[in-house]
Design a protein. Structure first.
Lengths: 110, 301
């Protein structure tokens, strides 16, 4: 019994610490928060010049199942708490406004 | 006999432990970096980087962002993706930002000036930076080995909150009126015609058969990216764009001709059609025939 317990312990240490499963094909929804914020900022920078809410929403959609507005809002919180420049915050605010008023094609206004 | 039982118990335990840690409850990523994104998501990431660059023209920042994807040749990946998108029938408008970014990375400067922005007084940007060699700093997100970056939910390891990004102190180009500007790549005005100034037969046994190469230059003989070329044959029409292979020149484009087919070539941004283009027949040193190529050089007056 003791030997089996030692074997299990070794197996767990090996599988979790020494040689854990390595992921290589992840989806963007588990990106670290700073990378997610930078991605959203890029979308905001692009949106600044093309003003294409549909494209921006589509680009944000790969970050998870939250609504685009919620994704931008949480990024804006992050930006406000993490020394983003005033211009970057303005860009994110602009994108947030666009996403809050954005109606997906086919959706009807309330 | 007792030792055999102990070894057997150890092995069974080891197997159970591995099964649990690899199958039942493997390490789960919660704070991944873009380098391990699936290939299609990396493509989308590059598109967004290029779209952002098309808006800001901040080449250094775009370069740093591309490095996050961990490509060994970021410029080559951009070009390859641009070509894949063209091959998949994407519109030129969608592909052009990638080609432009690849071209600018190749030449080392932005071909258009940075876009003036409303607030330019803060000289800091927040792009995460890669630090492959140094130990991770407390508040600098760095690329870490996968094994250490992985956070096991079973072990309930909570990632240390990071304060945002290492601050890359780039000069705010738009804010400093005396900062030296890069040389701009001239954008050809609409209607400025390209004329054929050179047509060379390319007979190199090792080269691709029937390769029709284009070089497009402005009046100062500077190669120009983003020009559409239409190649027409009895089988239909093909489109090619300069700038998708910046390693061969910003004004370079190519097309593979078939044997015994006559093409006409037209540069879309002005310029007359060049008729009767066909792959020449060349002979190698042993006298054997093979399909050669052509190089057409167009220039604005």
């Amino acid at each position: 019994m003791i030997a089996a317990g030692i074997g299990i312990a070794f197996g767990l240490i090996y599988g979790w610490v020494i040689n854990p499963i390595q992921y290589t094909d992840i989806t963007p929804d588990i990106l670290r928060e700073d990378y997610r914020a930078d991605y959203v900022l890029m979308v905001a920078e692009a949106h600044q010049s093309d003003h294409d809410a549909e494209t921006a929403a589509r680009r944000l959609a790969i970050l998870g199942s939250d609504s685009p507005a919620l994704i931008v809002a949480s990024t804006l919180d992050y930006a406000n708490n993490n020394d983003f420049t005033q211009n970057e915050i303005m860009l994110l605010q602009g994108l947030l406004t666009a996403m809050q008023t954005y109606q997906p094609q086919g959706a009807t206004a309330p | 006999m007792k030792i055999i039982h102990i070894l057997l118990a150890l092995l069974i335990g080891l197997g159970l432990g591995l099964a649990y840690s690899w199958r039942i409850s493997p390490v789960t990523y919660v704070d991944a970096n873009p380098a391990i994104l699936r290939a299609d998501f990396k493509d989308k990431y590059r598109v967004v980087i290029a779209a952002s660059y098309a808006s800001t023209h901040d080449l250094e920042r775009a370069r740093v962002r591309l490095e996050l994807l961990g490509d060994t040749d970021p410029t080559g990946e951009l070009s390859a993706q641009a070509q894949r998108m063209v091959g998949a029938g994407e519109s030129f408008e969608n592909v052009q930002p990638l080609a432009q970014l690849a071209t600018d990375l190749q030449q080392g400067f932005a071909s258009l000036p940075p876009t003036p922005v409303a607030f330019v007084s803060t000289p800091l940007v927040n792009t995460p930076i890669i630090n492959m060699t140094e130990a991770p700093a407390t508040n600098t997100p760095t690329e870490e080995p996968l094994a250490t970056e992985a956070q096991s939910t079973v072990e309930a390891i909570t990632p240390t909150p990071t304060s945002p990004f290492a601050q890359t102190a780039l000069a705010p180009v738009a804010a400093s009126p005396f900062a030296p500007r890069p040389t701009f790549t001239p954008v050809p005005p609409p209607g400025d015609p390209f004329t054929l100034v050179g047509q060379e037969t390319v007979c190199e046994p090792g080269s691709k058969s029937g390769l029709l190469q284009f070089i497009l230059m402005d009046a100062r003989r500077k190669q120009i990216a983003g020009i559409e070329i239409i190649i027409t044959s009895p089988q239909g029409e093909d489109h090619s764009f300069t700038g998708f292979k910046p390693e061969l020149g910003n004004g370079y484009a190519d097309f593979v001709m078939k044997a015994d087919t006559v093409y006409s070539v037209r540069v879309v941004t002005g310029g007359a059609s060049v008729p009767d283009i066909s792959a020449p027949t060349c002979k190698d040193p042993n006298g054997a025939s093979y399909l050669g190529g052509l190089m057409l050089t167009f220039q604005q007056p």
